[in-house]
Design a protein around this ligand. Sequence first.
Ligand code: PLP
Length: 384
Amino acid sequence: MSRGLGTKCIHLEEVEGCYDHFGSISYPIYQTATYAHPGVGKSTGYDYSRLQNPTRERLEKVVASIENGTDALALSSGMAAIAMMMELFSPGDHLIVDADLYGGSIRLFENVSRKNGIQITSIDCYKENIEEYINDNTKGVYIETPTNPMMNVTDIEKVSGITKKHDLLLIVDNTFLSPYFQNPLDLGADIVVHSGTKYLSGHNDTLAGFLVTNQKEISEQLRFLIKTTGAGLSPFDSWLILRGIKTLGVRMERSQENAIEIVSWLKKQSLVTKVIYPGLSEHPGYEVMKKQSRGFGSMITFQVRDKKCALSILEGVKMIKYAESLGGVDTLITYPETQTHADVPKEVRIKNGITDATLRLSVGIEDVRDLIDELTEVFSKIGD
Ligand SMILES: *Cc1c(COP(=O)(O)O)cnc(C)c1O
């Protein structure tokens, strides 16, 4: 029987019984750029750290294992991963991408990919008929589910039925749920993207990105690209993420528990006009989430009465930090309009539902009572 995910985050089954590295429980950091060869035409298996590094390789194996892939590539950031993945496409290719995405992904597609001759069509993949947008040159579909920040939920299996029928790549950014709560490859995705900076790291202390696949041909193409473009994750950062992943399970469970309590608290506040959390039964994606995920995560998007109220909350928090990013042990509050989604054109933001009164909360693993106490204090100062 296959092991539970909490266990797989800590133990890599394939190396058990092997006592290399003096049996060290924490995998060593191989801080080296290059490797000596025992003779001409001979290699230890490692030549140069842009191609392979043992610490990075260990991390890649762990990520492949928890994401049910056959290969994972660790890169220097989530954006480095997405940018490298885009090298799979050529000028003249057409891609269908989700309309609501992490702001940096939109910036890449709109400014860099288009410049490189890739045609991009943005649609709401959770509700539109994707097939209507497929042309002769369409090569892939790129989605997030739930999306950042509007929490739109797309049925991965349904989309993969379409991408398989038309021979397109389905790429899923799984950052918001992490492999602990959702495994898109099992639902028919071809490539999974992660910003490892978020839940996989879990401590807001390093950047990382991943591409995971279960197809040999894609893995070979990506290995060629990482060697050629050179954004592989450094040995020390690889070690930090390896360490972070060990506690992924307990962090995901605890932060989700906290999020559920905060969601019910927020729903009772008169200053809050809307709470968007896919674990609410009234969320349009609730049933799909229950089918394809093992949890709802700990990201909450909410709307308050007006911009003034949003700014007062951001100014008022102390323990909760007003900062970009998500997925760490510390609770962070973000203002998508000026932070994560500032480069998204205003009309696109409005169309996606991001206003100047939209806030995003990444719930951490503090004692939830303290989080609610702080929010209560901040909200009470704003008053009616
Ligand atoms: C943060 C984020 C990214 C970008 O990752 P970096 O590690 O910041 O480069 C991509 N997708 C999503 C959903 C994110 O939240």
